[in-house]
Design a protein around this ligand. Sequence first.
Ligand code: FES
Length: 148
Amino acid sequence: MGNHRGIFFDVPSPLVGEGVAQVSNDNPKPFGVEHVKHQKLEYSADGEWVCAGAPDSIPQGKAITLHLPRFRVAVFHIAEEFFAIKDACPHAEYPLSKSIVCGESVTCSSHGWKFNLRTGCGERGEPATDIRTFPIEIRNNKIWVKIL
Ligand code: FES
């Protein structure tokens, strides 16, 4: 597959109300249309965890994006669970938070590579290309994502 790096690299950070409506195979509905750019992030004292807000602040079937200094993290709310992944497809950096979710998998809207949100394992695309996942804990009614 060709190297398209750079073509999609400078995707602007979407704000609430923007985004790309996509359709899943099993349960067709828009996904990834409510991105929230966190202006001021809350970190744990040791800097290992970043707060993604209250669980009810991420609507069911939606994702938010945390803009960390060196990369973005997408936090998905699917069924009764939350999943955190690096918000950049390993193929050409397209935001996976703006891609197609079906069950626990996300399919990149750019060229169709597919990843498991729970494990990060690649399911379609270049062999053995996984995405980074981050542990999540709910503490005091806040979602915490372990980034270090
Ligand atoms: S950017 Fe090409 S498959 Fe995701």
